[in-house]
Design a binder for this molecule. Sequence first.
Ligand code: GLN
Length: 304
Amino acid sequence: MNYQKILEDIYEEIKPFAHDGKQADYIPALAEVDPDQFGIYLSLLDGKHFSLGACESKFSIQSISKVFSLAIALSILGKDLWQRIGKEPSGTAFNSLVQLEYENGKPRNPFINAGAIVLADVLLTHLENPEEFFINFVRTLAGNPAIDYSTEVATSEQGCCYLNASIAYLLKHHGNLENDVERVLHFYCLMCSVEMSCKDLAQAFKAFARSSEPFSHAGVNLTISRVKRINAIMQTCGFYDEAGEFSFLVGLPGKSGVGGGIVAVCPSKYAIAVWSPRLNGRGNSIMGMKALELFTTYTTESIF
Ligand code: GLN
């Protein structure tokens, strides 16, 4: 398969959409990002890789961080985690409060903000130095010690995260947060602020594509069973209220973030990451969704 040619053909085909949508601007620091950027990086499990565009530029991973915090929380709590967070698609926006209220403070899944705020709480309770542990986990997964938080983006988000604060207080009211609300929000925003490139993300997510050599770091073990479950949640909940559409168009487990990144895995074959900041109304990268749809169409390598 000529993957490089496929990536080039895809880029030509999606160019007409390059100016559709706009970057997230509800986080002031993200509004300053040049929206007209595109990068893609394909990492095959046999070690080969193919790329195009700004695939080594760092961007804010935002909600993609929820996959990393889920991996750690699941390793800490095992199946007890599911007493505090559900595993069903929400069908609502990532920052919606409505469902959380009528479901008495139990978030539908770990990949909406409410669920990830509970994950942040779990990490705070059980890790001695959660900030350091989290970033070291991501660095090891990606094999890049230079990956770091952006305190600028984290501070920018924390200064205006009124919806997330409302979610956190509702969780606290229902007894589903053990730590102080401000402390949890601070750590949640910090995890979202991590900056990685498409290359970093594709490399990191190979651990979710490869179950034969389980990844392990400082007691976090991505066992075959955990990888299966994390991929299942990515498949059903990785794109908020557009999870069905992504599944339909692309046919891979994946996760998006409002920084414009999307990462997806094809079990036993590859991990692929794409970045383009302009988003659709549901907070997912327009060019990113189209690129991945065409990729699985041209390669016929999806899970279905
Ligand atoms: N930090 C963002 C928020 O909490 C993450 C959302 C996202 O990427 N969908 O709103």
